[in-house]
Write a new protein. Sequence first.
Length: 471
Amino acid sequence: MLIRPSRRELLLFGGAGVAVALTGAAATPSPWDRAGEIARTVRAPIFAARRFHVTAFGAKGDGVTLNTGAIAAAIAACNKAGGGRVIVPPGRFLTGPVHLLSDVDLHLMAGATLLFSTDPADYPLVFTRWEGIELINYSPLIYAYKARNIAVTGAGTLDGQASAQHWWSWKGPWQGTVDNGWREGMPNQRPARARLFQMAEDGVPVEKRVFGDGSYLRPAFVQPYLCENVLIEGVKLRGAPFWQLHPVLCRNMIVRGVDVMGHGPNNDGCDPESADHLLIEDCLFDTGDDCIAVKSGRNADGRRIGVPSQDILIRHCRMKEGHGGVTIGSEISGGVRRVFAEQCSMDSRDLQYALRFKNSAVRGGLLEDFHFRDIRIGQVGKAAIACDFNYEEAGNGPFKPILRNIVIERVRASGATRVLDSQGLPGAPVTDLTLRDCSFDGVTEPSIVRHTERLTCSNVRVNGALVGALS
């Protein structure tokens, strides 16, 4: 039976915020006070001292035995006992999807690998989101629904085993840095993707949007859905079929010290969608798509649910290959507000953009209050900063995208081809974009500034020269 979130739950997860108390009449509040509030407020879940070893439930780390049932039994026993830690010891544990329950910390010891099956038949259908749209599809490899106090921790590895032989070819025609395995005549996701998008536009009830076998819509890697108090810490992610870390409608979550590498199609590193109070810190992202991409639902479905992503702090992260380092969009119809990023480094000849906003007149949505500071950029292939309302459908839609109040401070780029590519739409300009105390070297192409209002440059240097404007 399909269980869907109630309206009350959507309001709780999307609308609840924690007010910042500003004391002292003489104090001048800073937007970064809010970032400090996020860091103080978001707390990791606490677990009981109980321990449940998956091997005690029959799991075998031989890389051959399918351990789905044994791991599920360990998680169920932990949950029933009141919570604790489910331990995966050193070894290669083949499994189907892992479904977490409340008060359970799934802990992978050093040398432990969860090796996920590449057989789609091992993945039951669940309520999920795919490219920003609700549907019934293959279970994510690690999934939780309406759970509280959950974690995936440890020094071990999550290996989705995706490759040109498994999962990736479902993308269909694709031009990437690796071969995704698709060849002319092979099945792919395009027909099902188009059908799903049309169902959402037509208002088809979610319980009738049933996909799975024969649809070729790849499952996400790690997806907590409508969960509260979540920790993902220390683990390595490899071989993702699709989006890698994809928290949906989650509140109070930490992603810390995670090593994310996946160069397949749509291998985004971390895609918080309609998330509230999220801390991402000390992580490495080396991906086949955006390293971090903040989202809030696509088109009609995003507007129907109407829950923004908000109060997100990103710090001390390293971004290598990917389409964008910190990206907002493109599935962004529910809006985004108050995203902070600081003390991050981004450097790869295959990194296209460092800071990127993606939207269109089909997506729409209100995007406001973004603050980035102390970002170190080495090489970046296209532009250090991009505000793009021409993404995919561009202006061919009735929903006006709004992007405003972006403050970028103390960015240092040593190899940016272009400083800024800011392109709003006629009647929908990018507004209030401030660059302060920044330097950009290695610049070979002029900035592109179209339909952009109140662009301010204060102490900005390009190739060593102080500039008062970008063009």
